[in-house]
Design a protein around this ligand. Structure first.
Ligand SMILES: [Mn+2]
Length: 397
């Protein structure tokens, strides 16, 4: 909105704010490019261009990490960074279309388009945030439980190194092991804001913990059991299953947004009803509007909680915009609504985030993977401008 006093547009105000940010990393990248990539041919007038592409440009060239951020190959050193993109290329938990195992690579590929500088967000992620690409977790295709153990251990390593985890799936079964990697390290309750067309809260699906089950397990804590609601009974017969869920992610702090459509919700609905998660349908959101819906979600998720985790299923966006997904359901969020929603949620801070269900084999023109990338960028931008992440004060002149 234009400033009520001066009439100056937000864009122009933001340009001024951005002017005060150093361009150190830009310069470092150019120097590194010239050292590693050698000097360009004589006819090239711009001597910042190297012979071999070693930085952001050209966006279509080079070896892609997320945002062409440094690849943290030695994961023992991940603590040198403030945020890490972590690929989890696992789709054994899908029950309809597979393909989400290719999600992390597709998001990395389209992310090369972005340089991290946003006028609308008044933020320069390249300068203000030390981001790395931690590569992918070694998943075990075909074995959900062993993959869960790998994922929780890996996410735990990232989180306990003091690094903000950006977890890129993979299918939504990962919601559980992702949170299991973070919540045990938080001294207090963890709220979960779950944006999805599907409720994903049943105990088992086809006898396994599939992508329809993550929130059953996060909220299957002692609280429910103490109240005599030990609904997790069937797992006792699974010799390979050794845990009963988390104790500090109560359903009262679980907010499920964008729920709707015509399949997959029957078994999960019973659990949501019993445990009392907050279920905001797409119609609820439409009637309230994004701002009010976000405010309500934040209030519920943060109530007596120490931290909030964001789980974003790309199928919450209408498949007209995000067709590349495992279980499409028409009538979801518009891209602009989804981006506004996550920006509002990020304002209060997050302990971690995941984007799941990007299935590139069903994508068109990289639309879906680009939206997944934007969800991450918009969240990172707000976390940075709000001071929850990054080092904004260090780079202001
Ligand atoms: Mn879904």
């Amino acid at each position: 909105m234009p400033d009520p006093k001066t009439g100056e547009l937000r864009g122009n105000r933001n340009l001024k704010r951005l002017e005060g940010i150093t361009q150190t990393k830009q310069q470092q990248e150019i120097e590194r490019g010239l050292t590693f990539g050698l000097e360009a041919a004589d006819s090239i007038n711009d001597r910042n261009i190297s012979l071999f592409s070693r930085g952001h440009q050209p966006a279509f060239a080079g070896i892609n990490t997320f945002m062409k951020a440094p690849y943290c190959e030695d994961i023992r050193n991940v603590g040198d960074y403030e945020a890490a993109f972590v690929g989890i290329p696992f789709d054994t938990g899908t029950t309809y279309r597979p393909g989400a195992r290719f999600g992390p690579q597709a998001v990395r590929q389209i992310s090369a388009l972005y340089d991290g500088y946003s006028i609308d967000g008044a933020v320069d992620i390249q300068e203000e945030l030390d981001l790395c690409d931690a590569g992918d977790i070694f998943v075990i295709p075909g074995n959900i439980e062993k993959t869960f153990d790998q994922v929780s251990k890996a996410v735990s390593h990232i989180y306990t190194s003091g690094v903000f985890p950006i977890l890129m799936g993979g299918d939504h079964s990962l919601g559980y092991p992702n949170v299991r990697g973070i919540a045990p390290h938080i001294d207090g309750n963890v709220g979960i804001i779950h944006i999805d067309r599907h409720i994903d809260m049943q105990e088992m699906d086809m006898d396994e913990r599939m992508h329809t089950t993550p929130w059953f397990w996060t909220s299957n804590g002692h609280e429910n059991q103490k109240e005599g609601k030990d609904v997790a009974t069937s797992h006792h017969s699974h010799s390979h299953m050794h845990d009963v869920g988390l104790s500090n992610c109560p359903a009262k702090n679980l907010v499920q947004m964008g729920i709707g459509g015509w399949y997959g919700s029957r078994p999960g609905s019973a659990i949501a009803r019993e445990r009392g998660s907050s279920v905001m349908t797409m119609t609820d959101i439409e009637e309230m509007g994004i701002k009010k819906a976000a405010a309500m979600a934040l209030e519920l998720a943060w109530k007596d909680a120490k931290a909030v985790y964001l789980s974003f299923d790309i199928d919450s966006i209408d498949p007209g915009f995000a067709p590349g997904t495992g279980s499409p359901e028409p009538g979801g969020l518009m891209p602009r609504e989804a981006l506004e929603l996550v920006r509002l949620i990020a304002k209060e801070g997050l302990c971690g985030m995941e984007v799941v269900e990007v299935s590139p084999p069903y994508d068109v023109n990289q639309n879906t993977s680009q939206l997944a990338c934007r969800i991450v960028l918009d969240v990172l931008g707000v976390l940075t401008t709000e001071g929850h992440l990054g080092h904004r004060n260090r780079v202001r002149t």
